[in-house]
Design a protein around this ligand. Structure first.
Ligand code: NDP
Length: 286
């Protein structure tokens, strides 16, 4: 099986992830893995895709579980020896009506959306082959301007996030500091916004920039990572309030997953759902 090109989508069983699966099954020259944390839901989605004439494969993958990440990584390594496309789509968002404390929401949201994505990337990146593409689903909520708690602390935080020399460790420290402040009930004073989801998505957007810097210094040729806001989409996450279809939401993340070899840009960029690059530090937001 070595030599086959491999693409992987996280949280592929429903919503935008399922839309991305359809795009990749139609357009990717190789095997597309639908992964899901729940085997039953994942296999059901694979059956739905087969009815559409596609031939996806399935593997269990919970980005919030180190053992699951490790098993999946070993499986890909031992079966195919490498990976060509990774779409980081899986994420959670609390509903407005959620009754959990802000501190608890912060801990869980940052752990899954930021640290889960980070852990999967760290595990799979050694398997990336030359010309690999990584596409991370961010959000309009993941624009740097959304770090907008009390001033001047918010500006100081934005400056840290925007630093071109920010490291993964420093970024993870910032995420942990937010969770700590959220638990103490002092996040606003420390400059943080009142949305745990915003902080998690700013985190993955900042991570994208750091990862591209590492790719640029990597001996493997032409590794590219970008992130995208998929638009406001009709999914369970939005309680079906978004106007866009999952197919429309899949456009930008799939475009980034399928960027042709040796492109000059976008690299380490933040894209809007109509595929235009948006300046993550200065804006403006479209
Ligand atoms: P959904 O809630 O419909 O789907 C989320 C997917 O992620 C599900 O497959 C879910 O699995 C999976 N998931 C959650 N936690 C984990 C985990 N620990 N491990 C593996 N998979 C997990 O959301 P959307 O389709 O709307 O969202 C997809 C992406 O788009 C997310 O990153 C979201 O933040 C982003 N986004 C969405 C917008 C929108 O308007 N919908 C706007 C901006 C960004 P399960 O079915 O088991 O719960």
């Amino acid at each position: 099986m070595a030599g086959k090109r491999i693409a992987v989508v996280t949280g592929g069983n429903k919503g935008i992830g399922y839309g991305i699966m359809k795009e990749l099954c139609a357009k990717f020259d190789g095997i597309v893995y639908l992964t899901a944390r729940d085997e039953g839901r994942g296999l059901a989605a694979v059956e739905d895709l087969k009815k559409l004439g596609f031939a996806p494969r399935f593997h269990q993958l919970d980005i919030d579980n180190a053992d699951s990440i490790s098993k999946f990584t070993s499986y890909i390594k031992n079966t195919y020896g490498g990976l060509d496309v990774l779409v980081n789509n899986a994420a959670i968002a609390y509903k407005m009506a959620a009754t959990e404390s802000f501190g608890e929401q912060a801990e869980n949201t940052i752990r899954v959306n930021y640290f889960g994505t980070l852990a999967l990337c760290r595990s799979l990146f050694p398997l990336l082959r030359p010309h690999a593409r990584v596409s991370t689903v961010s959000s309009s909520a993941g624009h740097l301007s959304r770090i907008n708690g009390n001033e001047p602390q918010a500006s100081a935080l934005r400056e840290k996030f925007a630093s071109p020399s920010l490291t993964e460790e420093e970024l993870s420290d910032l995420m942990n500091q937010f969770v700590e402040k959220a638990k103490e009930g002092k996040w606003k004073e420390a400059g943080w916004p009142s949305s745990t989801y915003v902080v998690s998505k700013v985190g993955v957007s900042a991570l994208t920039r750091i990862q591209q810097r590492a790719f640029d210094a990597d001996p493997r040729e032409d590794l590219v990572v970008n992130c995208a806001h998929p638009g406001y989409v009709d999914t369970d996450m939005t309680s079906h309030k978004g106007p866009l279809t999952i197919e429309q939401g899949a456009v930008a993340p799939s475009y980034l997953a399928l960027l042709p070899p040796n492109i000059k840009e976008p690299k380490g960029a933040y894209l809007w759902y109509e595929k235009q690059v948006v300046d993550w530090v200065k804006g403006p937001m479209p």
